[in-house]
Design a protein around this ligand. Structure first.
Ligand code: HEM
Length: 257
């Protein structure tokens, strides 16, 4: 569902009339993204690389077709990219434009759908939270959907008696903060009420909450993702209450078995 929404806005992709090929290739890419990098047919990493190659082929074909066809009815992100490519002053070329499309399609779908999945899991376990529906930050804190971020030290950094030399590559692990008991009381407990009365951090992130990164690389889709998640959860509780009850009954039955 999330892929349909995002891909429609970006490339006018109609997932209801498609054969699901684009999504399947993205799925293959995602599954092997953090796999051991052995590039041999059959491995998760190989399928990941093939997935990326196939998505790029589909996007390139789409871009070529779009260049030939003139579209008046509606404007999507691909049209804007094509307009940009015509401007000579810009450094962007077709390869960069296609990479950007790939990135946005990936970043706009894998993250939000994982966020919704995590929220659903925690809500099914906690009917009280389901009634109040104040879950999004807590689900993201516990699930750490973006498990690592990378930075490069542009100068020597002195911290707690250590020096990180200029040029070092740093891997930031947000879960070490999100699951730190000195920052969050009972950090592995799902407790959305811990956010009640707190103020949204200025700029969308803080040293205590970095599910969407922070500073200059704060997630560009953070508000869009939270909006999609909120709409999804709203529809779920207003239209599918029976389904959520059934889910719980179903889980209880499974547990008994
Ligand atoms: C629950 C949903 C999401 C989570 C948890 C998430 C998480 C993140 C994080 C942690 C970063 C920073 C990476 C870094 O600092 O190296 C990031 C960056 C980014 N995200 Fe998201 N994201 C989400 C949804 C989205 C959506 C919906 C889009 C686009 C439609 C998006 C597009 C991007 C882009 C383009 C960047 C790079 C920003 C830059 O480098 O300036 N993300 N995201």
């Amino acid at each position: 569902m999330i892929f349909s929404v995002t891909s429609k806005r970006l490339i006018s992709y109609d997932s209801s009339s498609s054969d699901g090929k684009l999504w399947k290739q993205f799925d293959a890419f995602t599954r092997g993204l953090i796999a051991f990098p052995i590039y041999v047919p059959g491995t998760a990493f190989y399928k990941c690389m093939q997935g990326r190659k196939n998505v790029m082929k589909i996007l390139t074909k789409m871009l070529d077709e779009r260049k030939r066809a003139s579209r008046q009815d509606s404007v999507d992100f691909l049209d804007l990219l094509l307009d940009d490519l015509k401007k000579e002053k810009l450094l962007r070329n077709e390869k960069i434009a296609l990479d950007l499309l790939f990135l946005l399609l990936f970043a706009g779908f894998e993250t939000t759908s994982s966020g919704i999945t995590a929220a659903l899991k925690f809500l099914t376990d906690d009917p009280k939270a389901l009634q109040e529906l104040i879950v999004i930050h807590e689900a993201l804190r516990l699930s750490n959907i973006a498990p690592v971020m990378f930075r490069k030290a542009t100068e020597d950094v002195h911290i707690n008696g250590y020096t990180i030399p200029k040029g070092s590559k740093i891997m930031i692990d947000p879960s070490s903060v999100h699951l730190d008991s000195t920052v969050y009381k009972d950090p592995i407990v799902f407790n959305p009420w811990r956010w009640k009365g707190t103020v949204e951090p200025v700029g969308g992130a803080s040293k205590e909450f970095m599910a969407f990164g922070g500073e200059v690389r704060l997630c560009v889709g953070a508000d869009f993702a939270k909006l999609q998640m909120a709409i999804f959860l709203h529809c779920l509780v207003t239209k599918y209450r029976d389904l959520s009850c059934n889910l719980q009954q179903h889980r209880r039955r499974i547990t008994k078995v």
